[in-house]
Design a protein around this ligand. Sequence first.
Ligand code: MRU
Length: 339
Amino acid sequence: MTNLASAHDTIRAVQWRGDHLRLLDQRLLPAEEKWLDCGDYTAVIHAIKDLAVRGAPAIGISAAWGVVLAAQRGAPMDQALAELRAARPTAVNLMWALDRMKACIAAGADTAALEREAQAIQDEDLAANRHMGELGAALIVPGSGVMTHCNTGSLATSGYGTALGVIRAGVAAGRIDHVFAGETRPWQQGARLTMWELVRDGIPAKLIADSAASHLMKSGAVKWVIVGADRIAANGDTANKIGTYQLAIVARHHGVKFMVVAPSSTVDMATASGDDIDIELRDAAELLSVAGRRTVVEGAQAWNPVFDVTPASLIDAIVTERGVIEHPTLARMKAVFAA
Ligand code: MRU
């Protein structure tokens, strides 16, 4: 397990244990801190589909370990790769990690070499997050309030986080003095996971209802909205948790800046624009119930897209470990990420 950096960075939710993958079960937080042991690749697929592990980088890292488990158990590798790839559609980190593992297999890697590659994917993600933290925090005027959405922290990555990494770095540097986290209906990644991370790591934060965001931004209490991403298209359009798009519109209306923080593994130069991104639709039951208890009349239907696309024109900065892209366009993206 990777070493822990500081008191503001204590969580490692994806842990390789030599012959199984140990995941902090995000379905149960914050009520229970329970670990889920995945002993074969199909268990990893279930964990990804059921959101026991979630967040674009963490999904990719877990899938890479799933490939190692498939190799250790002698599973048919083409089938394992295809099944892992189909676990969730929107976060391109999943496909990116599996392509890396597939390239290793094609080069004749044995199980030990695959294990080294999965560990490299996990370690590189942590290093990227720390670097993005510094780059993103440097954009923030000291003493600012910020708002975030969903969970982009240690739980969603190898550790430290993307948008939450910028927040960790910004708090440590005195640039951020307060954080507002949207609850992120329906699955409540903000309420259940981001608040758990922030309280645990001693970062001053307040939860808001998703519907309080316009009122908050009008008040002048936040200078930046800082979010992660599941897939960034070649022109800078960004798919992220449902509700991100409306935050970007409201931010622009109120003169609040909008920052997307994501490692290069989230950038998909093969996808021209946000219109081409596959947006996951999840079970209506996630919307019709709260904490497993039905809250909507029987017989009601629901529509549950779990991501949306924020157009590049509403984004002030995309922060990656390769650098900051201000006011992203295809040309500016190409300058950093060759097609
Ligand atoms: O459905 P989820 O919880 O996997 O969605 C997660 C998000 O949308 C995150 O904002 C994104 O993956 C970035 S995580 C660093």
